[in-house]
Design a protein around this ligand. Structure first.
Ligand code: PLP
Length: 429
């Protein structure tokens, strides 16, 4: 019998065995409940990050755990050669709660967007073939996809190319063709660009990774009109803005603009991998039998969990609570800012909040994340200049207050650090 305990894995082990595409924080979380997380050493953290807008109802919500364990004891997987009850129930609830008539399930946001972009190409192709027949395909050119600078749509080659950050596609070419980027919130640029050649416009109603930048309602409305005018699909990427984050199930519901395709993931599974593409009957027709698929998409475990999350989101009080909590967060950040002057703007919608670092601290977001970690607080950045917060939609008031107290300590240390190194640099110069 082996009497030595298995070697403990540590953060250092990560650097030895993992592909180095991530730079995770210094601690390894082992347990979470609600808006609190504990690491290997038993240190407790307040979670203002929510796993990047994923843990919509907090960690280990009892109803979600119950749904997962109940399903775990029944059936995990059958693949899409058969359907299953949780998938059909979840699809029905999503259809009932949104503009959509049809749902396609997958496992992530990137896959949901991949499906949406493929669908848009296929819708345009099918329409052309119906009108002109396959003989004329040499004339078919309705393949252009319009996307926006600073957007983020995932990391598959198609979705990363649709994304508007060149650093994420560098070195991965040749890239999928006929994707064009325009400045976000620029109505005139969109009016110039969208044409008969456009098969889709893909846009985040609020840019998340790109800096927590809300789309202006007039801009999004104009995109709707341009898509109607040119028979292009309007795709809303609500992977981050959806699942109750803005105080409505999906952000489009606040805007008076209805997309043809909506992608959801992150918060929809509350931490279990799932993605969904929602669309209309008219567009869904282009995905006939065999046109697209996924082995795990719509698997019973993921769908049972997402159903439990959705039930909580749609329950009285959850969505209304988002506005109340946003107020507490914004008040907290404003009062910290009165003390410290670290932010030049506080923006976002609902519980997707961005605090732009003041010029003195620009580019130093990661340092503040590190200081927060030391103070027992989990926060995010959205680019180097914006602090991002995407906590549980159910985070309790005392957790917010405690997190703000810890954030104050973190900011104090951060400012001290920044000024000390600036002074040292000035002296050396
Ligand atoms: C996170 C994100 C994605 C990608 O989701 P994955 O699950 O990481 O593939 C796509 N779009 C937006 C807006 C996101 O925030």
């Amino acid at each position: 019998m082996n009497i030595t305990a298995p070697p403990a894995v540590t953060r250092a082990t990560f650097d030895e065995v993992m592909v180095p595409n991530y730079a995770p924080g210094g601690f390894i979380p082992v347990r979470g409940h609600g808006a609190r997380v504990w690491d290997q050493a038993g240190k407790e953290y307040v979670d203002f990050a929510g796993g990047i807008a994923v843990s919509a109802v907090g960690h280990t919500h009892p109803e979600v755990v119950a749904a997962l364990t109940a399903q775990a004891n029944k059936l995990w997987h059958v693949a899409n050669v058969l359907t299953n009850e949780p998938a059909i129930r979840l699809a029905k609830k999503l259809v009932d709660a949104t503009f959509a008539d049809r749902v396609f399930f997958c496992n992530s946001g990137a896959e949901a967007n991949e499906a949406a972009l493929k669908l848009a190409r296929k819708v345009a192709y099918d329409a052309f073939v119906a009108a002109h027949g396959k003989d004329k395909l040499g004339d078919f050119d309705k393949t252009e996809i319009i996307a926006f600078d600073n957007s983020f749509h995932g990391r598959t080659l198609f979705t990363v190319t649709a994304g508007g950050q060149a650093k994420y596609t560098e070195g991965f070419g040749p890239l999928p063709a006929d994707i064009r980027h325009l400045p976000y919130n620029d109505i005139a640029a969109a009016e110039q660009a969208v044409s008969a050649r456009t098969c889709a416009v893909i846009v985040e109603p609020i840019q998340g990774e790109g800096g927590v930048t809300p789309g202006e309602p007039a801009f999004l409305k104009r995109l709707r009109e341009l898509c109607d005018q040119h028979q292009a699909l309007l795709i809303f990427d609500e992977v981050q803005s959806g699942a109750g984050r803005t105080g409505k199930l999906y952000a489009y519901m606040n805007l008076g603009v209805t997309p043809d395709v909506l992608t959801s993931a992150k918060g929809l599974g509350g931490g279990f991998p799932i993605g969904a593409m929602l669309t209309t009957n008219a567009a869904a027709k282009a995905f006939g039998v065999g046109a697209h698929g996924s082995t795990y998409g719509g698997n019973p475990l993921a769908c049972a969990v997402a159903e439990a999350v959705l039930d909580i989101l749609l329950r009285d009080g959850t969505m209304a609570g988002v506005a109340t909590r946003r107020k507490l967060f914004v008040q907290g950040f404003e009062s910290l800012n009165q003390r410290f002057g670290v932010f030049s703007a506080i923006r976002g919608d609902g519980l997707l909040i961005g605090c732009q670092l003041a010029p003195e601290f620009a580019g130093k977001g990661k340092e503040l994340v590190k200081c927060a970690e030391e103070a027992g607080l989990m926060v995010l950045i959205a680019g180097p200049d914006v602090m991002r917060f995407a906590p549980s939609l159910l985070i309790a008031e005392p957790d917010i207050a405690e997190g703000m107290a810890r954030f104050a300590l973190a900011i104090e240390k951060f400012i001290d650090q920044v000024r000390t190194s600036a002074a040292a640099a000035a002296k050396a110069a």
